[in-house]
Design a protein around this ligand. Sequence first.
Ligand SMILES: O=C([O-])C(=O)C[C@H](O)[C@@H](O)C(=O)[O-]
Length: 331
Amino acid sequence: MNQLAPRDLAAHLAQGLLSFPVTAFRPDLSVDEDACREHIAWQSSYDVAGLFAAGGTGEGFSLAPEETARVVRMAVESARPGVPVLASAGGATWQAIRNAADARAAGAAGVLVLPPYLTACDQDGLFAHVSAICSATDIGVIVYNRGTAVYAPETLARLAEAHENLIGFKDGIGDIEQLARVHALMGERLFLLGGLPTAETFALPLLQLGMSTYSSAMFNFAPEFALAFYADVRAQDRAAVTEKLTRFVLPYITIRDRAKGYGVSIIKAGLRAVGRDCGPVRPPLQDLSARDQADLAALIESAGLVPGVAADASPSAAPASVLPGPAEGRA
Ligand SMILES: O=C([O-])C(=O)C[C@H](O)[C@@H](O)C(=O)[O-]
């Protein structure tokens, strides 16, 4: 299944929940191969449509190219057959091309093009960057609209015209006008996926803009809840979505927003809280403080999110420490 043709891959990914597995590290910050393999095997035992290894939540930005290749290969080897694994392609154009080649050699079904580092770039430069990556591989390519890489709909159209293997657009910005334009121009040709931090928050409204799916980072530690949330979104069950936002997602964001970079660190903290420790994050990220870790553990417990506990189990109230304070709108 890992070598789906690009268009088949897009069709497959568009019909289910996606996730970005963490990369497990040992206390000395080296890659923990056993823990990586175990995590991927566990994640792919659920009904997930695709796993993006070495992405943002997988701290791809902190991995050397050879580490990325290793992490992707481990993911392909450990994933349940039928669950496609995609890799990241980041950094300079030459490095992204190398990532794509390594991904293909490892058996990955596609790559996600991360924004180039540090420099600003405009549409012709983005076109050349993505074009070079698409030309260098025959597996599916998805662009990540975020940071330094903001794609004009016309640039996407040029790329899609030139490259059959450009299959998707992942959004991490949330500019509704841009998304409306991309959907209007490219909705039939590219598969669109939501990728804002804590994508659940935006999933229901973005469904209206053609985003049938999104990347759920919290799937890493709460797969049952994440899948139940996704089912509610696809059923357009607004009441159920609101209940889950209120019960867990919004108080969780309150903790996530306590420090920059917690968007990734909180996923490893969640794994720690549910007894599936995947180690620390690498700098420049920082792990959750002891207080934030304790608050998260209490929230996961009170919201009934410990894996194996039904996602719709009657929860107790969220701990007071993570309810929005007056400044955040609580009466
Ligand atoms: O690598 C990434 O950028 C992501 O992991 C995106 C996240 O999954 C984001 O959508 C989230 O936090 O839910």
